[in-house]
Design a binder for this molecule. Structure first.
Ligand code: CDP
Length: 796
């Protein structure tokens, strides 16, 4: 007789349990870095460069030192005496901590003041006199490789130009041969603009060095505290066990909080020198001007097509603007991240990608903003090209996708760039999306509207994202292999504490990890406390970015729960006085197979682990698991947008947006929907209103929220979400795939494709994002493509 618990009722898999972390967040009781005050704490402010490229001829800090309340003024020269003027980046480049020789972007860190309060520190910063000798400025990859371009990184030996890498992947000759067979060659050139994750909370740290114990504790806004501990140990040569990194609550990260920033390093050195805690909290302008930019890639591609619609080959070239330092935090050996995950969902026989990365006089860029290392650019390019190709062939864009998809029976599928996708129902997702949007009906209404001078458009975008870096065979950061971890301790009363190597920045791990434990052990989710972010207590892990938490740390949570269950089974056998082989499991309870009424709960087993264990058994019920995924997980999605464009003004309105996401098994459907809505909102923002650009002098235009627009509920369209397609991940212990980023990755192309579809009669092939009304108007009026980031155009 089964007494299994109702999994949904105890908050297990599939339960839309309310987010437990919200009870403190919505009461204003979150514990963010800036909420922490330590006894004797000082405050640090950073002086930033007003120029984008200039030689520093002198820095005079004497007036700043004289300000009452100032304790320390740090310059690059002082950092250099401790070998800390430069630091290694996660991409094997170097980055200036405080400038010594030159400044290389507007907003670069030049000096720091540490004072009794942040206002004194800020005032004193303004008294630092820096003499600059301006140098010519580079703001695009085209300028970076032009003849006579100034060499930005003249600090590096053997760096005679501005090229960081020239990289290629795929089969050049095979692609060439396929192009020779093509009936039609479809071409597209576009720019994915520089964008900024702009989390609500900026970056910050509090370093607290205690000379008496030689311990360094740093509270910081890091998505990957263990990587920071490793970096501090290796770079500053401090003993690892003497370093404790604590990431408290984090107010959004989106990739912005993965890299190591100069502010962190300076606050640590200041604390060591002053033997007092030093707090640095970045202001909004500092965050928007200097940290964690993404994208800024020029893409040029062509597709070889057969007249019946079959894709024969794809050729792509990318020019990536990395800013002044190559500081991408991406764990692969691939120079341009996972850009070559493009076309993974399509059955493309052969492809070739070349990529060139260049320096420019912009803040370091290329971080993975809510995506798995340039997958956003990959999917945008893919779906814009697919739409252009369908148009060039005169084919229906939905049918063109459907016929070229990898079909359900083709898995596992090797992509033309070498990835292995393992599961998906691409055609079914498209079918559900088209039905939801009323595709055929819309096409009819579109024709009717056209007859009345109205412009309606429909855009489709699909995406498959490689999520869950590792595996450790192929992915590492500075040699540290990509895996993740979980540690579970079940107390004697059956309550539990779980710790993982991931770090939530708002994604809801405290809620969903407990649900996995609940699913595996039958312990109610509310009985499981989840902790992350403290390197002294959490097991070693690589942190949270690239939607890797569920694929990797979430898998570790399932695996450690299974280890606990295995020990609990032995305890159950002991309590039931039968052999282990005679014991069966149902959610939350072991029972004797031949006498199902005779059983013990997981809670009774927990008590026995501390009070009544069999002879020879180690007491306690706790364990840990390190999980190295065999493959990435590959969620899939179809996003469909309908719009109306005003032919007079270029203003466009979203009529409808349908999202069909297949992320395998959903742990918490409500949280998954929240992740999708957030991603779609960001996608709408990037496609319609956001850009951070640079004028010819390298001034950053858009370093405030009057220029860099965040959509509010007012302008964000409604989204219709569909969850009916579920393809469990074949290698994940609970069948889950990542979801956090999918909508931000796949969404932008749907919006742009819809507008381009609406204006297709003009012959305009492309308008680069953002599709501001004036840019759409320009395309409509002059019947020409609009290329590049405003206001600096690459073609000018
Ligand atoms: O790494 P990150 O947490 O940003 O992304 P994720 O692993 O995709 O998870 C985002 C949130 O959605 C977490 O709270 C997950 O546990 C939850 N999720 C889920 O409930 N079901 C899935 N199949 C995937 C994620």
């Amino acid at each position: 007789m089964s007494q299994a618990l109702d999994e949904i009722k105890i908050g297990g898999l599939g339960s839309s349990r309310k987010r437990v972390e919200d009870s403190r967040f919505i009461r204003g009781k979150g514990n963010y870095t800036d909420d922490i005050t330590l006894p004797g704490m000082l405050h640090m402010e950073i002086l930033r460069s007003p120029l984008a490229h200039a030689r520093i001829t002198s820095i005079d800090t004497s007036k700043a030192w004289e300000v009452p309340g100032v304790h320390l003024v740090l310059t690059g020269e002082m950092m250099a005496t401790r070998n800390l003027a430069w630091m290694p980046t996660l991409s094997y480049d170097t980055q200036a901590v405080l400038a010594t020789d030159k400044v290389r972007f507007q907003g670069q860190e030049v000096a720091c003041v540490i004072a009794d309060d942040p206002y004194i520190a800020k005032d004193a910063c303004e008294l630092i006199e820096v003499t600059y000798e301006p140098l010519p400025v580079i703001v695009s990859p085209m300028q970076a490789v032009a003849n006579g371009a100034p060499v930005i990184r003249d600090d590096k030996q053997n760096q005679a130009d501005n090229v960081i890498y020239d990289w290629e992947v795929g089969d050049a000759e095979g692609t060439e041969r396929a192009f020779a067979q093509a009936d039609v060659i479809s071409k597209l050139k576009l720019h994915y603009p520089r964008s900024h994750p702009s989390p609500i909370e900026c970056c910050g740290s509090i370093a607290d060095f205690d000379r008496s114990t030689s311990r360094l504790t740093v509270y910081m806004t890091s998505q990957a505290p263990h990587i920071i501990r490793a970096a501090v140990a290796l770079v500053a040569e401090l003993p690892e066990h003497m370093i404790r990194i604590i990431s408290p609550d984090i107010g959004g990260g989106f990739g912005n909080k993965v890299p190591v920033y100069p502010g962190y390093v300076c606050s640590i050195l200041a604390s060591i020198l002053l033997e007092r805690p030093v707090k640095w909290i970045e202001d909004k302008s500092g965050n928007l001007i200097s940290t964690g930019f993404a994208r800024d890639v020029y893409l040029d591609g062509e597709m070889a097509l057969r007249s019946d619609g079959k894709i024969l080959a794809v050729r792509m070239h990318a020019d990536a603007d990395h800013g002044a330092f190559f500081s991408d935090a991406q764990p692969s050996k691939f120079k341009i991240g996972l850009l070559h995950s493009a076309f993974a969902a399509y059955d493309v026989p052969v492809a070739h990608l070349t990529a060139r990365g260049t320096y420019s006089n912009k803040a370091p860029g290329g971080v993975a903003y809510r995506c798995s290392f340039r997958v956003t650019e990959a999917m945008f390019f893919q779906e814009r090209m697919v739409q252009a190709a369908a148009a060039d062939l005169g084919m229906d864009q939905a049918e063109f996708r459907r016929m070229n998809f990898v079909q359900d029976d083709q898995f596992p599928h090797r992509t033309p760039f070498g990835f292995l996708t393992d599961s998906g129902q691409y055609g079914e997702c498209l079918r559900v999306g088209l039905k939801a949007v009323g595709y055929q009906d819309f096409l009819r209404r579109q024709q009717e509207a056209k007859a009345n001078g109205r412009m309606l458009g429909i855009g489709i975008s699909t995406m498959t994202e490689p999520l869950g870096a590792g595996n450790s065979r192929e992915y590492d950061i500075l040699g540290i292999k990509m895996f993740d971890s979980a540690e579970l301790r079940v107390h004697m009363t059956g309550k539990a504490i779980l710790r993982t190597g991931a770090k939530s920045q708002g994604q809801g791990h405290e809620t969903t990890w407990a649900q996995i434990v609940s699913h595996e052990l039958g312990i109610p989710a509310e009985d499981v406390t989840v902790e992350e972010g403290d390197t002294d207590t959490a097991p070693f892990g690589m942190g949270t970015y690239a939607s890797r938490s569920t694929p990797v740390a979430g898998a570790a949570v399932a695996m450690v729960s299974r280890k606990i269950r295995a020990k609990a089974r032995k305890l159950a056998a002991h309590l039931l006085e039968v052999s282990e082989e005679d014991v069966d499991w149902e959610l939350g309870r072991f029972y004797v197979r031949s006498a199902p009424d005779h059983g013990v709960t997981i809670q009774e087993c927990a008590m026995a682990a501390y009070s009544n264990m069999p002879d020879g058994m180690e007491p306690g019920l706790e364990n840990n698991a390190y999980y190295d995924p065999p493959n990435l997980t590959w969620p899939f999605a179809v996003y469909i947008v309908t719009v109306e464009v005003d032919p007079q003004t270029g203003v466009w309105d979203v009529l409808n947006m349908v999202a069909v996401d297949d992320c395998g098994v959903r742990i918490n459907p409500m949280i998954v929907e929240g992740q999708i809505m957030g991603g779609l909102t960001e996608a709408y923002a990037v496609s319609s209103m956001q850009f951070i650009t640079f004028d010819a002098e390298g001034n950053c235009v858009g370093s405030n929220y009057m220029d860099y627009l965040l959509p509010t509920a007012w302008e964000t369209p409604g989204f219709e979400l569909h969850s009916e397609v579920v393809t469990p991940c074949p290698h994940h212990p609970i069948g889950a795939k990542g979801i956090g980023e999918c909508a931000a990755v796949g969404g932008p192309a749907a919006f742009v494709n819809a507008v381009m579809n609406a204006i297709s009669d003009t012959g305009v092939r492309n308008i680069d994002m953002p599709l501001l009304p004036d840019r759409v108007w320009e395309a409509l009026t002059y019947r020409r493509d609009v290329f590049g980031a405003p206001p600096v155009r690459a073609d000018e």
